[in-house]
Design a protein around this ligand. Sequence first.
Ligand code: FES
Length: 99
Amino acid sequence: MEKKFIANVEDVDEGKQKNFTYQNKPAMLINYKGKFHAYVNICTHEECETQLAGDTIYCPCHGSTFDPETGEATGPPALPGSKLANIKIEVVDGKIYAL
Ligand code: FES
């Protein structure tokens, strides 16, 4: 499968996110503490879209939280052990791609 361009490195500042579509699903690229991570943005509780909020990924629907570095659930109602699906990314010449 072809890699998909998401954003230029300089366009996603630390603490920010960029939403995109990945394999027809909502997805998020986040810059957390200067490092990029990407996840399928479907809450493991009832499938709302989440957002990076400081040191956590927060779901506005019912308040679940997830670890920005791993996507793992850190607060209910998302079940412990559930996680946002990771999307592998690659940075080439200042451009970020989903693989
Ligand atoms: S859908 Fe995310 S907390 Fe319920």
